[in-house]
Design a protein around this ligand. Structure first.
Ligand code: NAD
Ligand code: ISE
Length: 337
């Protein structure tokens, strides 16, 4: 069976996902696209042999669309995901699920009311070989009881549209998800510490920032976000356990030793660093759909991560720890997660 995918948003990651679904993923093809930037959508559609539609609603409704991939800006995700659920079409929704927890809850409630999962969140780190190794090491007890973690999330630069709170709501949302997943527990409270702002930060941007996460199991995670670090894309972490530690490093292919120096490259951006993870993520989504199911990170995961991001924004504004308040978890998200 070939899964026919409609794509909403053909910007940076939308266009990459179309290319992956077209040339790398087995069992899928892109049949429809929409972007308000019509020229770009037309180009992407032509390369994929897809129809370029005049609205995202038309993509959702199209007869030749079995499933939808949402890669529009985050604030549009709730309305678009809810429309897919109403149409009975599974969705891979890029992160974040929403930019407010109230909006994320609307998607959760729509899916719970439908009584089955439709949405997989684009938290691709869960498909990354390095993170999977960290998770396995923790689960196997190799480092004893996991107690705390330190993480860094640095981007060389970010696009012009990236402003204000987005380092918490759009970048650190990955960390919020990944540490919930690694420690298998919710984040109970978050504290964002003010840091001296880089002279190279865009106007009004607070960069870098440090967040301290307290997990419901008592573990503590410190996370640095620096979206303007200039030198490359650098995502690493170390989990500290009662018997040892496990660290996630940048994947390395070569080490250059010359003139008394040993050096290794840093990925340029998320496209390079997580390329294999995006492909595994999409293949897994398509394989699940072909088997009649939806798996992977759920709407609950998207909601919980958004709620943490919202608490982080509040913590920064008020200069104090903020508790993360979650709605009751519907039964749909408790079994087999
Ligand atoms: P982008 O700005 O390059 O692309 C967004 C696209 O959406 C643009 O082409 C824009 O014209 C289009 N758009 C705007 N309004 C629209 C509408 N009403 N309907 C359809 N399309 C519309 O941004 P991006 O970097 O590709 O990010 C898109 C989403 O993907 C964001 O939610 C972002 O957080 C997420 N993202 C995830 C990852 C990841 O690692 N998982 C990486 C990058 C981006
Ligand atoms: C981008 O939207 C992503 O999701 C990347 O994975 C993340 O590292 C980056 O900071 C975001 O801007």
């Amino acid at each position: 069976m070939t899964v026919r995918v409609g794509v909403i948003g053909t910007g940076m990651i939308g266009a990459d996902h179309v290319a992956r679904l077209t040339t790398q993923v087995v069992g899928s093809r892109v049949s429809a696209v929409f972007d308000v930037a019509t020229d770009r959508a037309a180009q992407v559609a032509a390369a994929a042999g897809a129809t370029s539609h005049t609205s995202w609603e038309a993509v959702v409704a199209a007869d030749d669309v079995d499933a939808v991939l949402i890669a529009s800006p985050g604030h549009l995700h709730p309305e678009q995901a809810i429309a897919c659920i109403a149409a009975g079409k599974p969705v891979l929704c890029e992160k974040p699920l929403a930019t407010t927890s109230a909006d994320a809850l609307r998607v959760l409630e729509a899916e719970a009311a439908a009584g089955r999962r439709y949405v997989q969140l684009g938290f691709m780190r869960r498909y990354d070989a390095g993170y999977l190794d960290v998770k396995r090491t923790m689960t196997d007890g190799v480092i004893g009881e996991p107690l705390l973690a330190h993480a860094i999330h640095r981007n060389a630069t970010v696009p012009d549209f990236f402003r204000g709170e987005m380092s918490l709501t759009d970048s650190l949302v990955h960390e919020f998800d990944v540490f919930r997943w690694l420690f298998d527990t919710e984040i109970e409270s978050v504290t964002v510490l003010p840091v001296r702002t880089s002279p190279l930060a865009a106007d009004g941007m607070r960069d870098p920032q440090v967040a301290v996460l307290r997990m419901a199991g008592g573990q503590v995670v410190t996370v640095e976000s620096f979206v303007n670090c200039q030198y490359g894309y650098d995502v690493r972490c170390e989990v500290v356990g009662s018997l040892g530690t496990v660290g996630l490093d940048n994947p390395r292919t070569t080490v250059v030793i010359t003139a008394g120096r040993r050096s290794e490259s840093v990925p340029a951006d998320w496209q390079e660093r997580f390329a294999p993870a995006y492909t595994v993520e999409l293949q897994s989504w398509v394989d699940d759909l072909a088997a009649g199911r939806v798996g992977g990170p759920s709407t609950w995961d998207g909601y919980a991560a958004t709620a943490v991001a919202e608490a982080a924004v509040q913590s920064y504004a008020e200069g104090r720890p903020v508790d993360v308040r979650l709605a009751e978890r519907p039964a749909l998200y408790t079994a087999g997660e």
